[in-house]
Design a protein around this ligand. Structure first.
Ligand SMILES: NC(=O)c1ccc[n+]([C@@H]2O[C@H](COP(=O)([O-])OP(=O)(O)OC[C@H]3O[C@@H](n4cnc5c(N)ncnc54)[C@H](OP(=O)(O)O)[C@@H]3O)[C@@H](O)[C@H]2O)c1
Length: 251
């Protein structure tokens, strides 16, 4: 096995934070919604089952504010079959729900707030102080996790310390994913490649935000499995903790 393949972190050696699994559906051109954000869901029923199956392995689910608003996500357990799976695996009936909204701008009308099946933890920064009262009415816990940006390393440790979260599933969007990739906190990446092309430079992708500017800094992954089911590809990657060797340039 090449040396760069030896430090795959399926389970982080650091047990003080959860292992982090990102699951996303994307088009063949890597988009996760159309540029006008009107289409946010485009996977097959099989992809949806895959999402619920993954949820049933996680103590908690984390999403960004825009995802919660635009996809009307409630972050539930996916129904009876998956609830039973959770119980068999020794997990709570419903996952803990974690929402990221640095400025606290998340809409008070988001559908999530009207489903009270499990606690909702809101990660905010000091920028959200002026909105505290309104946020505390909706979220069960409002955690201040940074001055301007969320300090995810600390925030995830607190999820483990306070709620015993060992496995966290992240369901986007692109901005939240990017922050987690840049912080080196993603252990597994599950991607469903769906048979569409959305195009559009403003359409979100699986990792937006700041990104990386040098290949040497890019988050490296190793492909663990690739299954074709119907017209979709189900890819699973593991994080590699040491950089991969640079590819030879095309001449
Ligand atoms: N195809 C799929 O699998 C999939 C999955 C998920 C989402 N989506 C789609 O993707 C779109 C949303 O993606 P998005 O990238 O626009 O938004 P997003 O990541 O869901 O949410 C962005 C918001 O989260 C907060 N945030 C993110 N990173 C932060 C950080 N490091 N520090 C502080 N706050 C942070 C900010 O909230 P504040 O503005 O409140 O500060 C930011 O505006 C939606 O259209 C959704 O439907 C598709």
């Amino acid at each position: 096995m090449p040396p760069h393949r030896q430090s795959v972190a399926q389970n982080p050696s650091d047990s003080t934070r959860p292992s982090v699994v990102v699951n996303m559906a994307m088009t063949a051109d890597g988009k996760i919604a159309t540029s006008n954000r009107a289409v946010t869901s485009f996977g097959s029923p099989r992809d949806l089952r895959n999402l619920y199956r993954l949820r049933s392995t996680a103590d908690a689910i984390l999403c960004g504010a825009r995802t919660v608003e635009q996809s009307h996500a409630t972050l539930g357990n996916g129904g009876d079959e998956f609830r039973r799976r959770r119980l068999r695996a020794g997990l709570a009936e419903f996952p803990l729900r974690v929402v990221v909204s640095g400025s606290g701008s998340i809409s008070p009308d988001a559908e999530l707030w009207s489903h009270r099946f499990s606690p909702i933890v809101l990660f905010v920064t000091e920028r959200a102080r002026p909105r505290h009262q309104q946020l505390a009415k909706r979220a069960d816990h409002v955690w201040y996790c940074g001055i301007r940006e969320i300090d995810f390393a600390q925030a995830l440790k607190r999820l483990t310390a306070d709620f015993g979260v060992r496995r966290l599933m992240v369901e986007g969007g692109g901005e939240v994913n990017d922050a987690l990739f840049r912080a080196g906190l993603v252990d597994e990446l599950h991607l469903t490649v769906c048979p569409f092309l959305f195009g559009g430079r403003d359409a979100p992708s699986i990792s937006d935000g700041q990104g990386f500017n040098r290949l040497a800094d890019a988050a490296p992954f190793r492909l663990r499995s690739c299954r074709q089911l119907g017209d979709e590809l189900f890819l699973v990657y593991d994080a590699v903790r040491t950089p991969l060797p640079a590819p030879a340039p095309v001449r």
